[in-house]
Design a binder for this molecule. Structure first.
Ligand code: ADP
Ligand code: MG
Length: 287
């Protein structure tokens, strides 16, 4: 089974669809619009508060189809908050209040018409620390399909194999599918978590510092996998590892103190940043 079979029905858009924020503190992006596929997520004047902490300020940001978008920035600048807003996980925090819009393929995710369940079947998430369920490898990956009512063993077997292959871990676990996922190494657990996310056939995969708990070899495997997956999925990856952003992403957004300072092609962010703060950050002057 090939990766493209994993997601064969993706419609590949070719329209331009990216805009950059209008907030005064944000970068002047007069040099032009970023060319890319159909917008997948568009934040429009999005603001978020934890009680009176204004954690995200006038975010205007578009992530496009089949693109790897990196979010970089120093600790506490709102990276996790923003990525968790994209699948509405922020709602789990009672003191959170939001203003503005986040559109997923044109629909406001906070609209009553959109259920969290519907959104999360389209938007998968992988976390900083691998968090498999205390179940077998097979049951971890089959979990989402079972929740959606799939019971036939043959179909579940297919989903599990396809997803584990898609997460580049099939060969390592195919003979131990019934063993507990906790017995795997951290890097393997993270790939099982990625397989679990793939099994629901998402459109977008969000990753919040997916390698920060992993050793260098496992990190390389996940970075290779991210690039492989981007052929079939749109990916948003938060990282405070700038080399990682430079290695894997097409576009990079630099967050600072709750603002998007600059969003551009990754090469531009690292080699030719427009904003002094971006330049200082990517050259390691603070972090
Ligand atoms: N669950 C929470 N409750 C209250 N404040 C939070 C919570 N999560 C994050 N914050 C605050 O929001 C700001 C952004 O945090 P976060 O999104 O975690 O940043 P980053 O991921 O860039 O390190 C920080 O000021 C942080 O203290
Ligand atoms: Mg974080």
């Amino acid at each position: 089974m090939t990766d493209s079979q994993l997601k064969e029905d993706k419609n590949m858009g070719t329209e331009m669809g990216t805009e950059i924020g209008t907030e005064v503190k944000q970068a002047d992006n007069a040099s032009g619009i970023i060319e890319s596929g159909q917008p997948v997520f568009q934040a429009k004047d999005f603001n978020l508060w934890y009680a009176d902490n204004h954690a995200l300020q006038n975010i205007n940001l578009t992530f496009s189809e089949n693109e790897i978008s990196a979010i970089i920035g120093p600790s506490g600048c709102g990276k996790s908050t923003f990525i968790k807003a994209l699948n509405r996980m922020v709602e789990l925090v009672p003191i959170v209040r939001t203003e503005g819009h986040i559109l997923y393929r044109g629909d406001n995710i906070f609209d009553k018409k959109m259920t969290v369940e519907e959104l999360r079947t389209k938007v998968g998430m992988v976390f900083q620390n691998p968090n498999p369920f205390p179940k077998s490898i097979y049951d971890n990956v089959a979990y989402g399909a079972r929740v959606h009512g799939i019971k036939k063993k043959k179909i579940l077997d297919q989903i599990v194999e396809k997803s584990l292959r898609g997460a580049a871990i099939w060969d390592e676990v195919k003979d131990r599918l019934n063993q507990n996922a906790y017995g795997l190494s951290g890097g393997q657990q993270q790939r099982v978590c990625i397989a679990r996310a793939l099994a629901i056939e998402p459109d977008v995969i969000l990753m919040d510092e997916p390698t920060s708990a992993l050793d260098p070899i496992s990190t390389t495997k996940i970075e290779d996998l991210i690039q492989q997956l981007s052929k079939d999925y749109s990916i948003v990856v938060v990282t405070h590892n700038m080399q990682q952003a430079a290695r894997v992403s097409d576009k990079t957004a630099f967050f600072y103190q709750g603002y998007v300072v600059e969003h551009d092609d990754t090469s531009a962010i690292f080699e030719n940043p427009k904003d002094k703060r971006t330049e200082d950050y990517v050259s390691g002057r603070f972090g």
